[in-house]
Design a binder for this molecule. Structure first.
Ligand SMILES: [Zn+2]
Length: 555
């Protein structure tokens, strides 16, 4: 059989007809395949898939007169990056209308972005920064003040979100939302006051407070959200991303998916989106999920857009709750058991190792009745996971979705938990050594930047945005291991490691040609990497010089 296939391949390669069908060849590169082939020079693509990898001269023989030929000029190519936990659908909705502070190094730089937006905005139009920043990233190491914001945007209401704990509004913002006292702020929110009892403009609260506040802001129009989705995905392509796994999120309704579905129907997606359903109504979780999935079976969709089960919120009772009651665990058990009976994947947000036994107990109970090993369930975050928790996850067949939360929160974690805990957080190498499946990602865009190279750099040097060293060398993966988490690792959670994640014949042609060599460049510069050419399913969805002319306009 092997011999026959081999002969067939030779015959095909020798045939000019086959050569003419080759859509694209990339040659003279350093192509990191993440396959047994290691690093190869060249690769050929036909009908959206890789058809061959090898030496440049071998691959050139597959090119016919109509074949697009790309000279890589020695550049490094990696498999397209896949963020296995990004709130990308929500980020996309607002991308055309929000301001972001990603990468801003000082408060004046952040204020300049607000000022630019305010100049272009109509009077009264909201200026919104919905998170994705942290004070240690600024040279000043502090939050901006209301006076600084008013100076940048005197004629517009402004809303600035800091994680899910604080928001800063200008007086015009407070007036627009009719907030004058604590009682006007959604549940458990308070107006911060200075030493003289005067409100500072900052509101303090928790997840429901900040989500409730955000819900009071006007939504972008459908057209703005469609445009935002295309723009955001192109921005992800610029950073070498070709796929995301989306876990829903707060402030998302069924209607929120319509712009994404429009872009998919228009055949204009440039990032593959695999999504799960996040429970929205407290107490109605099972009812809602059953209703929504009656005509949405597990795996429904295509390689561009596909349904992948439930989470990261399955029940409100087990969301950010370190001490769930028996009744709350029973409710979770019933939904998880139902999901298992339907062959559904489940992904669960959990922050703290000290309480994760509650979750693992419930999943073990389900697994005793309906084995979940093949369903690829996962625990998300769990930055301070112990070896014991990881071993319980491994035994259940659970994967671990790990993000660079410590890049923003390392200083706070260090203050609260001390150096001994910090140097193991998160335990990336321990998990890999145990054979656990780990997916890389960011959790963007409200709590983290969506930049995968920032996350990769953080995996390798353990430094926060403020430059503080955190994780030990013992818990530091190699460059290839880190890259593998962000590609092959991520595909396990979406059941498509046979189609994506590495570069070999038969797989989808998803790849990025990098501006510098990720494998050898200084680690401290990896966060500033960009792609010069990003291909998804054989389409060149993003290109910069010297390849700019090759970008295919889908929009
Ligand atoms: Zn989460």
């Amino acid at each position: 059989m092997r011999m026959v296939r081999c002969l067939l391949l030779v015959a095909l390669i020798a045939s000019p007809a086959w050569a003419q069908n080759t859509d694209t060849v990339l040659t003279n590169g350093k192509i990191v395949t993440l396959e047994a082939a290691g690093i190869v020079e060249a690769l050929a693509v036909t009908d959206g898939r890789i058809v061959a990898t090898g030496r440049s001269d071998e691959i050139m023989r597959l090119a016919g007169p109509a074949t697009r030929r790309i000279d890589l000029g020695g550049r490094t190519v990696i498999p397209g990056l896949i963020d296995s936990h990004m709130h990308a659908i929500r980020a996309a909705l607002f991308y055309a209308t929000e301001v972001n502070w990603i990468g801003a190094r000082s408060i004046p730089e952040a204020m300049e972005r607000v000022r630019d937006k305010a100049k272009a905005a109509k009077p009264g139009e909201w200026i919104i920064v919905a998170g994705g920043w942290t004070p240690p990233q600024f040279a000043e190491k502090r939050r901006p003040t209301q006076a600084e914001l008013v100076a940048a945007a005197p004629d517009n209401p402004v809303y600035i979100q800091l994680f899910y704990s604080n928001a800063l509004l200008t007086p015009a913002g407070f007036a627009a939302l009719n907030i004058t006292r604590d009682e006007d702020v959604p549940p458990r929110g308070t107006l911060e006051r200075d030493a003289d009892g005067k409100p500072t403009g900052w509101i303090a609260g928790d997840n429901p407070t900040i989500s409730g506040l955000f819900d009071k802001l006007p939504l972008p129009t459908f057209e703005q959200s469609v445009a935002g989705t295309k723009q955001f995905f192109r921005e992800l392509n610029r950073l070498g991303l070709t796929g995301v796994s989306d876990p829903g999120g707060f402030n998302l309704t069924a209607e929120s998916y319509r712009p994404l579905f429009r872009v998919w129907r228009d055949n204009a997606l440039t990032v593959r989106v695999i999504y799960s359903l996040f429970a929205q109504r407290r107490g109605k979780e099972l009812e809602d999920i059953q209703a929504m999935t009656q005509m949405l079976p597990m795996g429904f969709g295509d390689d561009w857009l596909r349904f992948n089960g439930i989470g990261e919120n399955v029940t409100w009772g087990l969301y950010n709750n370190d001490a769930p009651t028996e009744a709350q665990k029973q409710q979770y058990y019933e939904i998880a058991r139902w999901a298992a009976s339907r062959g559904m994947t489940l992904t669960q947000h959990w922050n703290n190792n000290k309480s994760v036994h509650h979750l693992l107990d419930v999943i073990e109970r389900v697994n005793n009745e309906i084995p979940i090993g093949k369903l690829r369930w996962s625990v998300v975050h769990l930055n301070d996971a112990t070896q014991e928790s990881l071993a319980r996850m491994k035994a259940l067949g659970l994967g671990w979705l790990m993000q660079n939360a410590m890049y923003f929160q390392g200083e706070a974690f260090l203050r609260e938990r001390g150096n001994e805990a910090m140097r193991l957080t998160p335990p990336i190498k321990t998990a890999l050594n145990m054979g656990l499946t780990v997916g890389g990602g960011t959790d963007a865009h409200r709590v983290m930047s969506y930049n995968p190279f920032v996350s990769l750099q953080w995996m390798l040097d353990g430094k926060t945005v403020g430059g503080t060293a955190t994780r030990d060398l013992d818990e530091t993966p190699s460059r290839a291991e880190a890259l593998r988490l962000y590609t092959v690792g991520s595909t396990w959670f979406t059941h498509d490691e046979s189609r994506r994640g590495s570069l070999r014949a038969g797989k989808l042609a998803d790849l990025a040609v990098l501006a510098q060599d990720y494998m050898t460049m200084p680690v401290g510069e990896i966060g500033a990497l960009t792609s010069l050419l990003t291909m998804v399913g054989g389409r060149i969805v993003y290109a910069a010089e010297p390849y700019a002319a090759l970008e295919e306009k889908l929009r």
